[in-house]
Design a protein around this ligand. Structure first.
Ligand code: KG4
Ligand code: ZN
Length: 353
């Protein structure tokens, strides 16, 4: 039994979790999204201030919910990147403070690794997946507000980025389209709801990178421009036209994702891939999950998603799961060793720290 307290402050969610091995005992998320909405995106200094104001309360709540005390924990885990520098700082300094005060080990965690391992989190009433080693080599796919990546996972902790985006991330792209439709921020979930009553066939948008899929690159900025042009053709939008536009945008953005995903699956490096781990905020989208599942079925590859909605977007539960695997390999630091631990705002998933 390894009890880890995990802290996540990389963007606009202040989150703290307590995990017992892979089992999530508590996963508290205090979302700042509504405070950033008026800026149409995350405002870094506001994020930092709100993290500072709420972190102690979120830690208390996570410990209380898990019925654990700080004395019971083996280590404190914290996201060191990628993310907003001044937001990451809040979690890192709090983690160091707790480790020093209670003489605990510190485990620095990469946020993207946490998204791709989030399907390995286990609920309190579930049996842990003890045979997970058989699932490798695997592919990790992350679709979030800041990242769209396909990662070859040779084993836990050994990664190679196979496909990434040239410009916007998938979630960012959905957020921009939602904003153009006046749906507010963040817009992915609202766009999904609206798209359900629309018909994607009524409005045609260009699928990005057509014929260039072998480059294994995503690109969403051209689609946004095409959408903007399409919108300007409508002097006034009826509710049905708005829904059709939402549906067409979402569908085209996902089709592009799938085309690159499929090319990656067929590439030489993936010939031994047995499983796909999928995570990140946009994976909460039912249509996207269905399209990914169908692609995996077609190629006879198994797939797993996180067990609850809470584990898709940013949350500390997934940070705790990565930390558990690191703890097993003794990848933790003692209080006299961790002054070197710093924020890494542009950390890559294959980067060692
Ligand atoms: O993983 P996440 O919480 O934060 C980052 O690490 O970026 O992802 C946030 C993104 C936002 O772009 C949001 O619009 C999108 O996930 N999102 C969705 C849905 N729920 C959240 N996109 C599509 N459909 C959803 N249901
Ligand atoms: Zn994230």
């Amino acid at each position: 039994m390894t009890i880890i307290l995990a802290i996540e402050t990389s963007c606009d969610e202040t989150s703290v979790a307590v995990v017992d091995n892979q089992t999530i005992l508590s996963n508290i998320i205090w979302s700042q999204a509504s405070q950033h909405a008026e800026f149409g995106g995350v405002f870094p200094s506001l994020a930092q201030r709100l993290h500072r104001e709420h972190i102690d309360w979120v830690i208390k709540k996570a410990l209380g919910t898990s019925k654990k005390e700080l004395e019971d924990i083996n280590a404190v885990a914290v996201t060191v990147g990628p993310g907003l520098a001044i937001a990451l700082e809040v979690g890192i300094s709090k983690a160091k403070e707790l480790c020093k005060k209670y003489n605990k080990s510190l485990i620095p965690v990469n946020h993207i690794e946490a998204h791709i391992l989030s399907p390995l989190a286990v609920a309190k009433n579930q049996e842990p997946k003890s045979n997970y080693n058989q699932l490798f080599p695997a592919l990790g796919i992350v679709t979030s507000g800041g990242h769209t990546e396909i990662i070859l996972m040779k084993s836990i902790g050994s990664y190679e980025i196979l496909a990434t985006t040239l410009d916007d991330a998938l979630g960012e792209s959905l957020d921009k389209a939602a904003r153009l439709l006046g749906l507010g921020y963040p817009g992915g979930a609202v766009l999904e709801k609206l798209a359900r009553s629309g018909n994607p066939k009524n409005i045609t948008l260009p699928i990005p990178m057509l014929g260039r899929e072998n480059d294994l690159r995503f690109s969403y900025s051209g689609l946004k421009t095409a959408f903007f042009k399409k919108l300007s053709e409508f002097p006034r939008l009826t509710p049905q036209e708005t829904a059709d536009l939402a549906s067409s945008y979402q569908n085209t953005a996902f089709l592009h994702f799938i085309r690159i995903f499929e090319k990656t699956l067929q590439s030489e490096k993936c010939s031994n891939v047995k499983h796909v781990f999928a995570g990140g905020g946009v994976m909460a989208n039912i249509l996207l999950r269905k399209m990914i599942r169908n692609t995996c079925n077609k190629h006879n590859i198994s797939i797993s998603f996180p067990y609850s909605r809470k584990l898709y977007g940013d949350n500390a539960g997934m940070i705790g799961v990565v930390a558990y695997f690191k703890y097993l390999k003794s990848e933790f630091l003692k209080p006299n060793e961790f002054d070197s631990v710093e924020r890494i705002p542009r950390a890559k998933v294959d980067q060692k720290f």
